[in-house]
Write a new protein. Sequence first.
Lengths: 300, 259
Amino acid sequence: MQILSNSEKKRTDIGKLVSETPKNSDSVVLKDDTPERIARNVIIFLVGILIVFAVWFIVAWYYNTFQRHTLSFPEPVETFRQMFSYLGGESMLRFSIFTHLFATIERWIIGYVIAAVIGIFIGMTLATSERAYQIGMVPVNILQMIPGLAWIPVAFLLFGLGNNTAIFIIAVSAISPIAMNVAAGIRRVPRVNIRTAQMVGLSKMQMFDRVLLPYAAVDIVTGLRVGMANAWRMLIAAEMVVGVAVGLGYTISQSVYMLDYVTSFVCIIIICIIGLFIDKVVFARIESFAKERLRTEVNE
Amino acid sequence: MTVISVENVSMAYADRKGKNAKIVLRDVNIDINENEFVCLIGPSGCGKTTLLNMIAGFERPVSGKISYRGQEIIEPSYERGVVFQEYSLLPWMNVLGNVEFGLEGKEKDKEKRKATAERYLSMVGLSDFADHRPNLLSGGMKQRVAIARTLAMEPDVLLMDEPFSALDEQTRGKLDREILEIWKHNKRTVIFVTHNVDEALLLGTRIIMLSAAPGQVIKEWSLGDDREMTSERMVRLRKDIIDTLHLCPCAVRSVITIE
Ligand SMILES: Nc1ncnc2c1ncn2[C@@H]1O[C@H](COP(=O)(O)OP(=O)(O)OP(=O)(O)O)[C@@H](O)[C@H]1O
Ligand SMILES: [Mg+2]
């Protein structure tokens, strides 16, 4: 029996359709295989999830059976039961789980928006000239090398304990990937396209708007996506150490002090779900939209 | 009247380390008059594109002066429209959008922009492809769109840099005749770079030959309206041009390196 690879199968399928179409037509209708593809993706996803739960379960079981001292390692079922009870309204550390969640998301949005505005501005500035890029990349690289939590002394000095410190740490860890990608994207624009725009008589601002930014769209989205992931990770870490009174990261650290590991596991799961949603659903969509607009994807 | 005048122009580019500069053009003098169709020919690397870029205003010569109708050229302008040697369409705009783009700096009215763009797109025979993206076009079609974009600007001077060098003989010949038709119906000053002698003979009213780098004007020929390639005069002209091309220092030097 011959095993065909996916693309080989697709090729021969199209070949069959071509031989069946009338000689005077120059295109064939390929059948819509969307439901099939969705089913395949769902199965892939479920198997992946299953692996995560299996590892979790085994670790929990091993610990609870052989290593257990006083505390037990939360198991998946137990954790999800607790999660649904929180979602159903049970109070978690004085507040509802939603209050914690919204506090975290609000902090993240504020920090991230600040980072995006500053990062895009820096990136555009760096791309204005070779000299600006060479000089500007020095501070951006330095910024990149400082891990988010290392900003704590600076943040405490500038903002004291509390919310603004968390926002500062979130913003500062998202700026450099955004700035770098924006600058790289703009610098990748072919010289001939810039010259075309000059010849046509566009001003510097119009040039950004009509040529440079659209060309760099995919890189800009990539930068925003990496920045988003950095911000999300720093957000939780920042909440755990800088003294905010509400939030998922705060809840994790507090419930650990109170030896309520199930609650901290619940928070971890929620953080993970939201992070995945933002990255895989929101940003992946924006990215494929930008690519589609630019037609940088190869036509298969 | 002189439309473009190139006076004692030299150009050099610094190498990557910035230690030496390579001289690309040396003391070039050219005057181009109203409605002339000038073909610039010369071996690869002799500075044709460089000269065209300076006339367009993308680069400034290191010495000498280039003027457009008596004004020194210091920056690009839509009076001097360029068709680039390489593909230059914006990939996210469809064909019509790309042609309209040519008018963005000049015509503020969107409707007029669209109408003009459609007119020029049909002139190059691509109306049916108005809503296609550039990545779906063949090389020749891309260059035709670029030509439509530049023609739509209705520039005073048309600068064309080997627009068809990437195409096969047949397509090139067809597009050459299209260009000639358009120019005959709508006379203007054209500078057309090529290294194909036959193309130059077909299109030009005047042919200027540059030597290998550093490029200098070695010789020039004026052509009448006679475009009959087989006529005695054209055959003689063609032979003369090819002989000169072979005689030019570049050819001699390359023979020496081979030995
Ligand atoms: N921006 C630049 N920096 C450094 N060197 C350059 C630059 N542009 C052109 N050159 C050099 O100048 C010389 C002339 O280049 P140019 O592109 O003008 O040649 P050309 O006559 O158009 O050749 P072709 O027929 O192959 O297009 C080449 O040796 C090239 O390497
Ligand atoms: Mg060239």
